[in-house]
Design a protein around this ligand. Structure first.
Ligand SMILES: *Cc1c(COP(=O)(O)O)cnc(C)c1O
Length: 377
């Protein structure tokens, strides 16, 4: 917390707006929209809810397909299942670890030929790194398929000076506890399509028709954010640039200290993009070092330091068994390589230099042990 949250919460208590409506919500929506440069925003209960609402708005239903990045958290694709539709997973490309334009193109071309174009494409900006939006958008526009940006992890990141989440048709952010700013739980859908957002507000509040009595003609949800939590969000948003800078600094320090180790490659960043570096991640080249992500994670765990592998691609998850998958190239699955070689490091905005040094030392020790074992000096 920044310390300013209490002020907004007190205000909500004093004015008695303890509901999923109120002045903090209106203000938080306006402030996010202004910050990212979108025409409008709708505050909701989670990032997952925001994706679900976008898919509902686009009338995704049983029998439809939705194309989705494979290398991501399960929350990106679950709403496709909520709607009874079928996800088709698209591989990453090596320069951003995000959706491969060439895999998307192959997938769209094939679905066009079969008269089965998807209802939407969901592209993820992984770990804060922007996807190749221009290429992806061009391909989607060619086939007239709406593009949803899952910017849950990338608030504060830009692509050619535009905020991630504002380039496609709809974008969403998450304010879950682990994200760069948090309302404990929450999300935001942004768009320039104000009419669409109005419908999203309607769907997020049980889809109540205009009538004095309670009347409903479509399925709605109870997905609005509470006015109390929106107050937390307003204070958090004031810290976003500071936090992105802190995380970029953490990344830079890891990179400076660890790049000399054999086989380490940090997650890249395209020159015309700026990542919030939500998590610092790197891969280990198995042709260069015998050290594996699992060894590092094990050694870290023994020192009470938490680290994780890169997301397990969704096309490999038991939940999505049998779903279609388009790889970057015929015999090259980038997301699978990233999963087996990648690791995420402790990257909290408030990580101290001393704590970061402990992480760095631990990784250096793992490499040293491996070198000794191999008898290489
Ligand atoms: C966190 C996250 C979500 C889900 O957001 P919630 O607010 O937790 O529902 C969706 N996609 C990605 C990539 C995420 O990291």
């Amino acid at each position: 917390m920044t310390g300013n949250e209490q002020h907004y919460i007190d205000e909500a208590f004093k004015s008695n707006w303890i509901a999923p409506v109120g002045p903090n919500i209106d203000a938080f929506e306006k402030e996010i929209a202004e910050y990212v440069g979108a025409k409008g925003a709708v505050a909701v209960s989670s990032g997952t809810a925001a994706i679900h609402l976008a898919l509902s708005l686009l009338e995704v239903q049983r029998g439809d397909t939705v194309f989705c990045s494979s290398l991501t958290f399960v929350a990106t694709a679950n709403p496709i299942l909520y709607q009874g539709a079928e996800p088709v997973f698209i591989d990453s490309e090596p320069e951003t670890w995000n959706m491969s334009p060439q895999a998307l193109e192959a997938a769209l071309e094939e679905s066009y030929r079969k008269h089965q174009l998807p209802k939407a494409v969901i592209v993820v900006h992984l770990y804060g790194q922007s996807a190749k939006m221009e290429q992806l958008q061009e391909i989607c526009q060619l086939y007239n398929v709406p593009l949803i940006e899952d910017a849950a992890e990338s608030l504060g990141s830009t692509y050619k000076l535009k905020h991630t989440g504002t380039i496609g048709d709809y974008g969403l952010y998450s304010f879950n506890g682990n994200k760069i700013i948090t309302t404990s739980g929450g999300g935001m859908l942004v768009s320039d399509d104000l009419q669409g957002l109005e419908k999203v507000r309607f769907l997020a509040t049980q889809a109540r028709d205009k009538a004095i009595h309670y009347q409903h003609s479509t399925i709605g949800f109870n997905y609005r954010m509470s006015n109390l939590l929106a107050g937390v969000g307003r204070a958090q948003l004031q810290a976003i640039d500071h936090r992105a800078a802190a995380r970029r600094r953490i990344f830079k320090r890891y990179k400076q200290k660890l790049s000399r180790l054999p086989g380490i490659s940090f997650m890249p960043e395209l020159i015309y993009t700026k990542s919030n570096r939500w998590l610092t991640t790197f891969t280990l080249n198995p042709n260069v070092t015998s050290v594996t992500p699992h060894q590092i994670i094990r050694d870290m765990t023994s020192q009470n330091i938490e680290a994780r592998p890169v997301w397990k691609p969704l096309h490999l998850q038991p939940l999505f068994k049998g779903c279609k998958y388009y790889s970057h190239a015929p015999f090259e699955s980038i997301s699978e390589n990233l999963f087996t070689t990648g690791i995420c490091l402790p990257s909290g905005s408030n990580l101290s230099d001393m704590d970061q040094n402990r992480v760095i030392n631990c990784i250096e020790d793992t490499f040293e042990k491996a070198t000794n074992k191999e008898g290489i000096v």
